[in-house]
Design a protein around this ligand. Structure first.
Ligand code: RNT
Ligand code: ZN
Length: 424
């Protein structure tokens, strides 16, 4: 199979598309130039079903779950970086990597509250060599001290302290990434704490979580190196009835402490969207982190597809002028399909939605709205959906030397045969 269209076809289609957009006073070259500057943080954990390298024997915990057993998952950091290199080569632009603490590399087992920058030195060297920024996350799950479902909000002071120390160590590692790579790392705290069944005391765990966070964030770090984010959730497997770190909890915390707020697209009620939360929360918090994901019924982590909500999120970032205050990260893990394809499809979709948003005739739309001409606003918004945006996207991919259209699948198939199939 060779699915790549001919160069001339790509260029011709683009020239026609460019004219169609120009008629609406949209400059496709400008849109492409802006898109090229947007770095998306790819989540390392799609590559090995959130396993990490701390303890290969241990299963995933904390109310999150990867289902499927597609062959060829990365078993070591070297394999994971290899898979990531392949993935980045199929995505236009320069992008970041989001690491979790369990992706450390050590000879002997290091307790999580003692992890150090040096355990991530290989990742930093790789990031430097390939021009990737790095982001970070404490791993407050898949661990014996998290097995009863509580970490930073645990009733036992000793267990709380262990997780506090882990999160403090992680902020220092984030700052080390930022300093080494010259691009700010976002360190995002997500914890699974919650109850399967209805609790009697909803307040005490929240008071404890607030206190733990205060201790973790007490030391100011250079914001050029590290920024802290907090991530809420509505429910998880085993925390169906109560999650300590709810949206209201972290919204309040982020506003009061001026941390970043992380909005995960899959962490709200099934019909609740995060696109409409962006302009509100950015009035009160300095910056946002997005976990671009896709919820399906009870699951919050499906591969990102080009849905209305994905488009709405990216439209908000572009229309609101928020691109420099919002860090775009991805968060999904599908083990039932080729993992490199999952990364590639999800990231390309996030970028396609961004490009669509960058191709809107914003001045005209704003004028219509201000003039109260909602008829024309609706007509134009609907017509835009039929414009040849795909030709601009193909041209951008071609320009960036990455596969055009579904041709990326040819590359993934060869990689699967040559590399993934050789893994035991
Ligand atoms: C879990 C959160 C969290 C995790 C990652 C692995 O529900 O979304 O962001 O997916 O930390
Ligand atoms: Zn998330």
């Amino acid at each position: 199979m060779n699915n790549q269209p001919a160069d001339a076809e790509i260029r011709n289609a683009y020239e026609l598309a460019k004219e169609r957009y120009a008629a609406l006073h949209v400059d496709t070259e400008e849109a492409i130039a802006k898109l090229e500057n947007i770095g998306i943080s790819l989540h390392c954990w799609q590559g090995d079903d959130v396993g990490g390298f701390e303890d290969p024997e241990r299963g995933l915990g904390g109310g999150i779950m990867a289902t499927g057993n597609y062959p060829g998952k990365a078993r070591t950091a070297v394999e994971l970086r290899h898979d990531l290199d392949k993935t980045y080569s199929l995505i236009p632009g320069t992008h970041r990597l989001n690491l979790h603490a369990i992706y450390l590399e050590t000879d002997k087992k290091v307790p999580r509250n003692e992890i150090l920058p040096e355990h991530f030195a290989n990742w930093v060297a790789w990031a430097k060599a390939n021009n990737h920024g790095l982001d970070f996350n404490p791993t407050c799950f898949s661990h014996p001290l998290a097995d009863d479902g509580f970490t930073l909000a645990h009733a036992d002071a000793g267990i709380r302290q262990f997780w506090i120390e882990h999160c403090i160590a992680c902020r220092e590692i984030g700052a080390y990434f930022g300093q080494e790579l010259g691009t700010t790392a976002v360190t995002n705290i997500w914890i699974p704490d919650g109850y399967k069944d209805t609790p009697v005391d909803r307040a005490a765990p929240r008071r404890r979580l607030k206190e733990s966070l205060d201790t973790i964030l007490a030391k100011p770090l250079n914001p050029a190196y590290n920024l802290d984010a907090v991530e809420s959730k509505l429910f998880g497997l085993g925390s169906e009835s109560y999650v300590v770190g709810s949206h209201e909890f972290y919204l309040g915390y982020a506003v009061q402490n001026q941390t970043l707020l992380c909005l995960d697209a899959g962490h709200f009620h099934p019909t609740e969207t995060i696109s409409d939360k962006i302009s509100s929360t950015l009035l009160y918090v300095p910056e946002l982190l997005l976990h671009v994901s896709r919820g399906v019924r009870w699951d919050s982590d499906h591969v990102v597809t080009l849905t209305d909500e994905l488009q709405a999120i990216m439209q908000e970032l572009v229309r609101g002028g928020y691109l420099d205050r919002v860090h775009i990260g991805l968060d999904f893990f599908d083990a039932s399909i080729n993992r490199i394809a999952a990364w590639t499809i999800g990231t390309r979709n996030a970028l396609r939605a961004l490009l669509l948003a960058l191709l809107e005739p914003l001045d005209q739309l704003r004028q219509l709205e201000r003039a109260g001409d909602y008829t024309a606003r609706l007509a134009l918004l609907e017509e835009l959906k039929g414009l040849p945006f795909g030709a601009v996207w193909d041209y951008y991919c071609w320009q960036q030397n990455v596969p055009v259209g579904v041709a990326f699948l040819d590359e993934i198939r060869s990689y699967e045969k040559d590399v993934l199939a050789q893994r035991g």
